[in-house]
Design a protein around this ligand. Structure first.
Ligand code: G6P
Length: 369
């Protein structure tokens, strides 16, 4: 086992680092920067078929559901295609209405989650074409879905998903941009810039990893808090949910993620002096709104840990701690912010002496309903 960990103390830390190569490998052969083209042969859909789609239905559980939620934002914002997302254990029992022209996308790193397989069988019984996004070659989902896109993350041993999540996101970015191109919503020139940005992500993740001591110090300072909150807006909302899930899974701290705008509708009542509130405050269309949320949090004497661009000179005036990421486009920054939150969860669990790779009560894949 020590050899497999390649010098890292835990598989989770190794897998956080492997995101650099995992994203690179997931992109390999799929993007052409020169032509502004995205090639997803495995999708088995012509441009004409993509244009005719009226809806995307995403089905997933757990961390994969968080990836799917970001996917919804991407399909709607970039490709202008209606997208619903369901938690699989809810989907089959809520009598879903499945319209013609729907493409189902099932996201499951293991390809074996019982609830996801059941939801896929349900939607396929309506003759709905289904695409699976998974990390495991030959898993059950790959035999059931009509087409399969693989995340090239390599084996993930840590129960808390890290590199499978960021590679799921990578494929969802590619799919949404591909759909947008086919539907005439984005120009090849825009897509060239998008691909240039995406190709930079592995190197930028490496830069975040090079400064992981800052995240460790922050994690140690707040490791004995009772509650932790995570806020984000727009594309960062799913990342806030994922940050909270990572923390609760491996550190057993109570952590909740919220859409930052919902703060005033309840969560603000829970803020006390010193409660850590991780706020994703990267530059983008909701930046000013997020700053207002930070001020609301500060007014209750809670502590703000902001995830922000390293070029942001303003955020330090408001946040107690600033954890930085290299500047990237608003669209792609979730791929960077999530790495900071994974490290925060990891170092918090380490400081609390938890069983990081095998947290209590959790399994890598849940094969019972
Ligand atoms: C379990 C794992 C999670 C995972 C979820 C869904 O709860 O511990 O990390 O997100 O299952 O798994 P899947 O394989 O379908 O992505």
């Amino acid at each position: 086992e020590a050899a497999e960990k390649a010098g890292y103390e835990h598989f989770m830390l190794k897998e956080i680092h492997e995101q650099v190569s995992a994203i690179h490998n997931t992109l390999a052969g799929k993007v052409s920067e020169l032509e502004g083209k995205i090639d997803l042969k495995e999708l088995n859909m012509t441009d004409e078929e993509i244009r005719k789609l009226s809806r995307v239905q995403i089905l997933a559980c757990g961390t994969s559901w968080h990836a799917g939620l970001l996917g919804k934002y991407l399909f709607e914002q970039l490709a202008g295609i209606h997208c619903d997302i369901d938690i699989c254990s809810e989907y089959r029992y809520r009598s879903p209405v499945i319209s013609d022209g729907t493409l189902a996308i099932a996201i499951t790193q293991s390809g074996e989650t019982a609830d996801t397989l059941a939801a896929v069988r349900e939607i396929m019984s309506y003759n709905c074409p289904t695409l699976a996004i998974t990390n495991v070659v030959g898993s059950t989902i790959t035999r059931e879905a009509n087409s399969v896109l693989y995340t090239r993350a390599g084996p993930e041993i840590g129960v808390a998903a890290t590199k499978t999540f960021s590679t799921q996101l990578t494929l969802l970015y590619l799919l949404a941009v591909k759909f947008a191109l086919s539907r005439g919503k984005l120009s090849p020139d825009y897509v060239k810039g998008f691909i240039t940005g995406l190709r930079k992500i592995p190197g930028q993740i490496q830069q975040i990893l090079n400064q992981k001591e800052a995240v460790k110090e922050c994690a140690e300072n707040f490791a004995h808090s009772d509650n932790y909150f995570f806020l984000g807006r727009n594309l960062n909302y799913p990342i806030a949910l994922e940050g909270a899930l990572k923390l609760k899974e491996i550190s057993y701290l109570h952590a909740e993620g919220f859409a930052a705008g919902e703060l005033k509708h309840g969560p603000i009542a829970l803020l006390e002096k010193g409660t850590p509130v991780v706020t994703i405050a990267t530059k983008g269309q909701t930046y000013d709104k997020v700053l207002s949320n930070i001020k609301e949090v500060k007014a209750r004497d809670a502590t703000v840990i902001a995830v922000a661009d390293n070029k942001d000179t303003e955020i330090g005036k408001y946040a107690d701690v600033v954890l930085t990421i290299p500047p990237s486009s608003e669209l792609l920054s979730p791929l960077l912010s999530v790495v900071v939150l994974q490290l925060l969860a990891y170092y918090t669990a380490l400081a609390r002496g938890c069983s990081i790779d095998k947290p209590r009560n959790l399994a890598k894949s849940v094969t019972v309903e």
